[in-house]
Design a protein around this ligand. Structure first.
Ligand code: ADP
Ligand code: MG
Length: 339
């Protein structure tokens, strides 16, 4: 019988990285979520070669204190929760303390960061989970993280990446979703030196939808608002003619978190049922605010799955709400475009 042994930390980190870091878009998601949690009002995402060789995320958030930078890259280290009880009320997007450790295990990272309190900033370089250097430098408050050569030390994973154009499209899609989820933050997305998205951050969802999509879409959407016992949902839903052959236009957020939920999906699509033909999917951008006690976001390491305690009520409220809002479209055919 072979001996049973605990794996060393490097191997543990590389294995665990697989759950959090599937592709370049997952790196962008985790790092942008960190920037949002850091209270940034402006976030720039820059990628080259579909994010495989280069990703740079810059934020103007609170920065990482000099004394904490090494700890931030240790698995399960987080500033966002202190105990399991905190999970019941967690409002930050992150809390598992896994992203930086996971990304660092499978790439080459450079962080430049400064807090308000530290007099100088720091530049920290870590490759394949090994610290390479740490030095003081002058820099503005906030954080810049550069990720180079994702999966350079895990060829088996690298092999599964798609062409740069496909990986880049996934990132673009994700940045769009993150921007629509946080209209109060100005997002910039630069792909191979060209600006692909720039949102104003003025906190107006309709303006954000216009930045991400176009006038044709904005002309054909209408405001949506419903309330349940412990939650409310607001946003925009598209007229049936905006439908698509896939679900890329179905976007919803729960307490600011972009998620995929079978329950929400079913409720939305059933609300449209009589208006859409089979295999057509609606345009919606919906924000749900719900008491954090009534959901569980700790279902999967990527935190994109969610469980609700009051499933039936949520289903009914959304489905009926959409149905009723759509009935109004029949009465008022054109929603005026006020921009
Ligand atoms: P989590 O987000 O789950 O806490 P991460 O591994 O993503 O775990 O990050 C570890 C810690 O590093 C965070 O809890 C936070 O304190 C700090 N951190 C990461 N990114 C940033 C950032 N852009 N600005 C400020 N602090 C950050
Ligand atoms: Mg995080």
């Amino acid at each position: 019988m072979p001996e049973i042994k605990l794996l060393d930390q490097h191997t543990i980190n590389k294995i665990a990285a697989g759950e959090v870091v599937e592709r370049p878009a997952s790196v962008v998601k985790e790092l942008v979520e960190n920037a949002i949690d850091a209270g940034a009002s402006a976030i720039t995402v820059e990628i080259k070669e579909g994010g495989i060789s280069f990703i740079r995320i810059t934020d103007n958030g609170i920065g990482i204190p000099k004394k904490d930078i090494q700890t931030a890259f240790v698995r399960h280290s987080t500033s966002k929760i202190k105990s399991i009880e905190d999970l019941m009320t967690v409002s930050s997007l992150g809390f598992r303390g896994e992203a930086l450790a996971s990304i660092a295990a499978v790439s080459q990272i450079e962080v430049i960061t400064k807090t308000y309190d530290d007099l100088t900033g720091i530049r920290y370089v870590i490759e394949g989970g090994q610290e390479m250097s740490m030095e003081e430098i002058g820099c503005p408050e906030g954080t810049t993280i550069i990720i180079k050569n994702l999966f350079y030390n895990t060829p088996a994973r690298k092999k599964f990446l798609k062409k740069p154009a496909t990986e880049g499209a996934h990132i673009s899609e994700f940045v769009n979703k993150l921007a629509l989820g946080h209209m109060g933050i100005s997002f910039k997305f630069i792909y191979n030196n060209a600006i692909k998205l720039h949102t104003s951050g003025n906190n107006v969802l309709k303006d954000c939808i216009l930045n991400v999509y176009d006038k044709e879409i904005v002309k054909n959407i209408m405001p949506f608002a419903v309330e349940g016992h412990d939650f409310d949902i607001h946003g925009f839903i598209g007229k049936p003619q905006l439908c698509r052959a896939n679900r890329t236009y179905e976007t919803y957020y729960i307490n600011g978190r972009y998620v995929k939920s079978k329950l929400m999906m079913r409720a939305i699509e059933d609300g449209y049922k009589t208006k859409l033909t089979v295999h057509k999917y609606p345009f919606v951008v919906l924000h749900m605010q719900i008491n954090p006690d009534l959901i569980d976001v700790n279902v999967h390491p990527n935190k994109m799955e969610i469980r609700f305690h009051n499933e039936m009520e949520i289903y009914e409220v959304i489905k009926n709400g959409i149905h009723q809002h759509l009935r109004q479209v029949d009465l008022i055919p054109e929603v005026p475009f006020d921009k």
